[in-house]
Write a new protein. Structure first.
Length: 407
């Protein structure tokens, strides 16, 4: 690893990641040396072409974390272990035919989710959350809305009771942020999944977990529990940030002002713009080189960890020659990944329905909504992995609650 490796932490990932990625690309090229917590070396793939190569070759760039040449330097309490795990029997670390079988099992379980039922759940929970704040004339759309909506919908689809939602939100946030409570968050999520699996073995129902348990492949309870944890983490936080980042864009960018005053055509356009310019999932760990190779003029040694720089690749100037122009519906971004380990298509559809429904109900229910603070004062969570707002304070004319009436 080069001596000028960039620490994958610090305030710039929160305040100006786009500029930071440009500087890293200018100084280091398409593959930049970085340091994880505790000075652990890795490579961050910033080039669009290079990221396509890494995610498209699961043999050379494997998802098998056992290949990592740094395990002897990783302490047992390393805060990134929930994200870069060892011997975790989840789909994230499964390769080859077994991975394809698991991906099919998960895809089939999600494919059975009824689209109209999904939207009804999203509308009901969104209305309940708006009911709680609409009479006040002001709220924080991150803490009181975006951070609560996706997990409530997903919990219902998976088979959780509604009251489990708040604890799952806290555990997921702790785990994903990779700080001192990361391992405790992972433990809470694992215990919750184990209880749900035990219940659904006894009492199957029409939900995702029951369908996974009944699916072919002979997967163990531990494997299914691990996959459920992955699905919950990947489905909740990025979707919550997709809602928050899209609302921020519409509230601050005049190109989307029409969305705030009855227009809905540009909601989807704003959501797609976020996936290019402000994607919730900035960086992903990762892939491991199965042999010595070269990538982007870098010598990659066998066992080296490569982090997927999704936002860096999305903003690669060879792809986005004019960053100020709207993407016009172009969805060739990396925000859902690429290759064998990309987000399953049914999961993408579920996330989009939840996010779009959540955004549209905010715009329907809260008239003349506006930011309650200067746009430049908005801050992000201190994570190089996920990019989301710490808060989104807004004000609006108070309106009465729906109180469970039909829309």
């Amino acid at each position: 690893m080069t001596p000028d490796a960039v620490p994958l932490s610090g305030p710039r990932f929160r305040t100006e990641p786009a500029r930071l990625y440009r500087e890293m690309r200018r100084e280091h090229g398409a593959v930049a040396p970085v340091l994880l917590d505790g000075g652990v070396p890795a490579w961050l793939v910033l080039g669009y072409r290079e990221l396509h190569q890494v995610t498209g070759d699961p043999v050379l760039f494997s998802r098998d974390s056992e290949l990592w040449n740094q395990w002897e330097n990783i302490p047992a309490d390393w805060p990134l272990l929930p994200m870069i795990g060892r011997r975790q029997p989840s789909i994230l670390y499964t390769v080859g035919e077994r991975h394809r079988e698991r991906a099919a099992m998960i895809g089939d379980a999600l494919e059975e989710v009824d689209p109209s039922e999904l939207r009804r759940h999203a509308e009901r929970f969104a209305d309940e959350l708006i009911d709680a704040v609409c009479a006040e004339g002001e709220t924080d759309l991150v803490a009181h809305y975006a951070m609560l909506l996706p997990v409530r919908v997903l919990a219902r689809l998976y088979g959780f009771a509604d009251e489990d939602g708040p604890g799952l939100v806290t555990a997921l946030n702790d785990m994903i942020d990779g700080r001192e409570r990361a391992i405790a968050g992972q433990a809470h999520l694992a215990a919750s999944m184990a209880r749900l699996l035990a219940d659904r073995r006894e009492r199957p129902a029409d939900d995702v977990v029951s369908r996974m348990l009944a699916g072919p492949g002979g997967f163990s309870g531990e494997e299914i529990a691990q996959d459920l944890m992955v699905m919950m983490a990947a489905g909740h936080q990025p979707t919550a940030d997709w809602i928050g980042n899209s609302l921020r864009l519409m509230l601050t960018d005049p190109r989307f002002a029409a969305s705030l005053f009855g227009g809905r055509n540009s909601v989807g356009e704003a959501m797609n713009e976020v996936l290019w310019e402000d994607t919730p999932t900035q960086n992903v760990a990762g892939r491991w080189a199965s042999r010595d190779t070269r990538l982007g003029d870098r010598r990659i040694r066998s066992g080296d960890l490569l982090l997927l720089g999704l936002q860096g690749a999305n903003s690669d100037p060879q792809v986005r020659t004019d960053g100020s122009a709207l993407t016009g519906g172009n969805n060739a971004h990396f925000s859902f990944g690429h290759g064998e380990h990309r987000c399953p298509f049914p999961a993408q559809e579920i996330a989009e329905v939840i996010a779009r429904t959540g955004i549209e109900i905010v715009l329907d229910r809260l008239p003349d909504i506006d930011l309650a603070v200067p746009a430049e004062s908005l801050t992000r969570r201190p994570s190089p992995w996920l990019r989301g707002l710490t808060e989104l304070p807004v004000r609006f004319t108070p309106t009465p609650a729906l109180g469970g009436t039909s829309r």
